[in-house]
Design a protein around this ligand. Structure first.
Ligand code: CA
Length: 229
């Protein structure tokens, strides 16, 4: 029988980092399967169907972390948490637009990493229909937000949002007419355990604007923050 928290696939070529992450996750009740390169990692993901994938970006062999991520995403919605080393990697992670907007920056504390993994599981568990959020659909501008169905509709057509974009939209919608600073949005949407910076918010806001267009009445107040409605 698997440990209570489920299986995590860890794709990381640095044995010191892998040992540390492995130790902490196992201590917290996870089953950890390790791969030292992208091809082995992808094979593990396909075979074991883990709850979360922890993915280094700079990997030996033909597949780097981005290639592994694209291959995973072509087949499933398995949550992916990137382990990034440089800020240009962070920019690329945030630019992926494919639902992997989670990353930790090396060097990270293993405790923080475990907290992040659990936060991802809480979020995705909720989406899987645990029924904790049953708010009625609401409309802002030309956008209809249906939390129960996890769906956003514009002009009669559903719009695909990543989990984080959806959470951001719901949070802005729940505070309609109120100016929210980037820090407030980080705390409210990403959680106070999040160690990213304000540009994370800006990137997600620009994605929302791109996907929802003029139907979204979202104002930028320069130097202050954002206001919806
Ligand atoms: Ca590496």
């Amino acid at each position: 029988m698997s440990p209570a928290q489920g299986t995590v696939v860890l794709v990381e070529d640095d044995p010191n980092i892998a040992d540390l992450v492995d130790l902490y996750l196992r201590r917290d009740g996870f089953r950890v399967l390790r791969a030292p390169n992208g091809a082995a990692g992808l094979e593990l993901v396909r075979r074991e169907r883990p709850r979360v994938v922890l993915l280094d970006i700079g990997l030996p062999g033909e597949l780097d972390g981005f290639a592994v991520f694209r291959a995973i995403r072509a087949e499933s919605d398995t949550p992916v948490l990137f382990l990034t080393a440089q800020s240009d990697e962070i920019d690329r992670v945030l630019g992926l637009e494919l639902g992997a907007d989670d990353y930790v920056t090396k060097p990270f504390s293993p405790r923080e990493l475990v907290a992040r993994v659990k936060a991802i599981l809480r979020r995705t568990g909720q989406q899987a229909g645990q029924g904790t959020r049953q708010a009625a659909p609401f409309e802002i501008g030309g956008v209809t937000i249906d939390q129960a169905r996890h769906q956003v509709v514009v002009g009669g057509s559903p719009v695909e949002l990543t989990a984080r974009e959806f959470d951001l939209l719901v949070y802005l919608g729940a505070h309609r007419g109120i100016v929210l600073s980037r820090q407030q949005l980080l705390d409210g949407v990403w959680g106070t355990n999040w160690f990213g910076d304000a540009r994370t918010v800006d990137v997600h806001v620009s994605q929302l604007r791109k996907k929802l267009g003029t139907a979204l009445p979202l104002a930028t107040l320069r130097g202050v923050g954002y206001r919806l409605g």
